[in-house]
Design a protein around this ligand. Structure first.
Ligand SMILES: [Zn+2]
Length: 55
């Protein structure tokens, strides 16, 4: 309860947790930004990125 988790990729405190897909080989919590990047990398064209300007 109230435990802050860090993104396994960028080590930032994650507010809204995302879980990586098994096929990504990632164990743990991702932040929205890294999750979005992974989606984009693994599923190009299948996903509309809404926060591309954050890169
Ligand atoms: Zn991250």
């Amino acid at each position: 309860m109230g435990k802050k988790e860090k993104c396994v990729i960028c080590s930032e405190i994650v507010g809204f947790h995302f879980k990586g897909m098994e096929e990504w080989g990632i164990e743990g919590t991702l932040c929205g930004k890294c999750y979005s990047k992974k989606i984009d990398k693994h599923y190009p064209g299948d996903h509309v990125r809404v926060n591309k300007h954050l890169d």
